[in-house]
Design a protein around this ligand. Structure first.
Ligand SMILES: Nc1ncnc2c1ncn2[C@@H]1O[C@H](COP(=O)(O)OP(=O)(O)O)[C@@H](O)[C@H]1O
Ligand SMILES: [Mg+2]
Length: 377
C-alpha cells in the first residue's frame, strides 16, 4: 500500500549502539502525516531505543532522521518539534498541572496570552480542564498520563511519539485510555504518531501499520489487519496474533495459489497461500486461537484432537488440545457451545480463510519455531 500523503518521518538505516553493543540496526521507516505506526515487540527488542533516537535523546551511530523533509539527525531534542509521552508520565512534581502543560510553550517563546489558550485547549482535549490547579501528586495514574499527553500536544507537534504510555495503568483504565487515544487521532488528523508497545491489542487498536521488532531489528511491517490475518513469519504470527503454528505437507494445490490443501498428521485442512506451492512441500501453517471451532469428532475436513486442559476465562474457555500427530493447539472457545471437558475427543473446524500458509519454512532447527514467544491471551 502506498501512502500519497507527505512524509512526516523518514528513517533511513538507523543504527544505535550503547558502548559497543548495537541495540538497533538498519531501521528504515516512513510515517506519513496523519498516520499511526506501532512498533511492537518483546522487551529488549529495541523499541524505546528507536523512539529515543527519533526524539534526539540517543545519538545514532549510523543513518539519518528526516522530519517533514528536513534532516534533524544532528539537532538537539528541543529543536525537532516532536511531542513525546513515556510510560512513567515524567511530570514535574513541583509544578501545577497547568504549568506542566505550559512547559514546552515557554521554551518555544509562545506569547503568554496564547500560552493560556493552548494549555486550556490541550487540557480539554484529554478531558482534564478542571485540573489545571492541581499538583501531579494529587492525580491518579490515568489522570497523570492524560496530563503528560496534554503536555506533549500543547506545542502542536507534527509528530507524537508514545512509549508504552498505558503500561503503568490497570486493565480497565487501559481500555478507556485506548478509546481516548483513538478519539485523539480523529481530533488531530494531521499528526503522525509512532506508538511503541509490547501489547498486541494496543497496536491493533491504534495503528494503521505495525512494525514487528525483534533483537534490534524490524523484522516485518505491514498494514495492521494484513499482518494479523496473513503474517509473513512465524515470529509475527505468534507475537501479533497469538497464533498456533503447525507443520504440514502440501497435498494439493489448486489453479489459484489461494486454494491449497495440506496434511497435518493424518488429517487434511484446506488453506490459503500467497504463493504457489508444490505437492509434497513442507510448510508452516498459522491458525489463530479464535479461528478454531470445537465440533463433534469425525466431522468432515477437521482435525482430530483430544482436550488436554480447559481454563474458563470469563468471556471464553481457553482450551488446549493435542492432535493425533502429537502437536498441541490452543483454542479460544466461546461460551455458547457445549462446555469442553478434559479427555474429550473433538474435531477442530477451521475455515479455509483462517488457515494461512507462512512463507517461512519449517526448519529442523527447533529454535526457529519454538523460539518464538508464548503470547498471553
Ligand atoms: N542506556 C542503555 N545502555 C546500555 N544498553 C541499553 C540502554 N538502553 C537500552 N539498552 C539495551 O538495548 C536493548 C534494547 O533496549 P530497549 O530499546 O529499551 O528495548 P525495548 O524498549 O524494546 O524493551 C536491550 O538489550 C537493552 O538492554
Ligand atoms: Mg521500552
Amino acid at each position: 500500500m502506498t501512502d500519497d500523503r507527505a512524509a512526516a518521518v523518514e528513517l533511513d538505516r538507523l543504527e544505535v549502539a550503547y558502548g559497543g553493543a548495537v541495540a538497533l540496526r538498519d531501521l528504515s521507516l516512513r510515517i506519513a502525516e496523519g498516520e499511526t505506526v506501532a512498533l511492537l515487540g518483546p522487551s529488549g527488542s529495541g523499541k524505546s531505543t528507536a523512539l529515543k533516537a527519533i526524539a534526539g535523546f540517543e545519538p545514532v551511530s549510523a543513518g539519518t532522521i528526516r522530519l517533514a523533509g528536513r534532516d534533524v539527525t544532528a539537532l538537539p531534542p528541543a529543536k525537532r518539534g516532536i511531542g513525546i509521552v513515556v510510560q512513567s508520565y515524567a511530570l514535574f512534581p513541583h509544578l501545577r498541572v497547568g504549568d506542566n502543560v505550559a512547559f514546552g510553550l515557554a521554551a518555544q517563546r509562545v506569547p503568554r496570552r496564547e500560552r493560556a489558550e493552548r494549555v486550556a485547549a490541550a487540557l480539554a482535549m484529554v478531558g482534564m480542564s478542571d485540573f489545571a490547579g492541581r499538583y501531579p501528586g494529587q492525580l491518579s495514574g490515568g489522570q497523570q498520563q492524560r496530563i503528560a499527553i496534554a503536555r506533549a500536544l500543547a506545542p502542536r507537534p507534527r509528530v507524537l511519539l508514545l512509549d508504552e504510555p498505558l503500561s503503568a495503568l490497570d486493565a480497565r483504565l487501559r481500555e478507556s485510555m485506548l478509546e481516548e487515544l483513538q478519539l485523539l487521532r480523529t481530533e488531530l488528523p494531521d499528526i503522525a504518531m509512532l506508538y511503541v508497545t509490547h501489547d498486541q491489542s494496543e497496536a491493533l487498536a491504534l495503528a494503521d501499520r505495525i512494525g514487528i521488532m525483534r533483537d534490534g531489528r524490524m523484522v516485518d511491517i505491514g498494514a495492521a489487519e494484513q499482518l494479523y490475518t496473513r503474517p509473513p513469519s512465524a515470529f509475527t504470527a505468534t507475537f501479533l496474533g497469538g497464533a498456533n503454528l503447525l507443520e504440514a505437507t502440501v497435498v494439493s494445490s489448486g489453479s489459484s495459489s489461494e486454494c491449497v490443501e495440506v496434511a497435518v498428521g493424518g488429517d487434511r485442512l484446506a488453506g490459503r497461500s500467497a504463493s504457489r506451492r508444490s505437492i509434497g512441500e513442507r510448510v508452516l501453517v498459522s491458525v489463530r486461537r479464535h479461528a478454531i471451532a470445537l465440533a463433534a469428532p469425525g466431522t468432515d475436513g477437521s482435525l482430530a484432537a483430544t482436550i488436554e486442559s480447559v481454563v474458563w476465562r470469563g468471556s471464553a474457555h481457553h482450551v488446549r488440545v493435542r492432535l493425533s500427530g502429537g502437536d498441541t493447539v490452543a483454542v479460544v472457545a466461546p461460551l455458547t457451545g457445549d462446555r469442553p471437558h478434559v479427555g474429550d475427543a473433538v474435531a477442530l473446524l477451521i475455515r479455509r480463510e483462517d488457515v494461512h500458509l507462512l512463507e517461512e519454512k519449517p526448519s529442523g532447527d527447533a529454535g526457529t519455531v519454538s523460539g518464538t514467544p508464548a503470547v498471553a491471551a
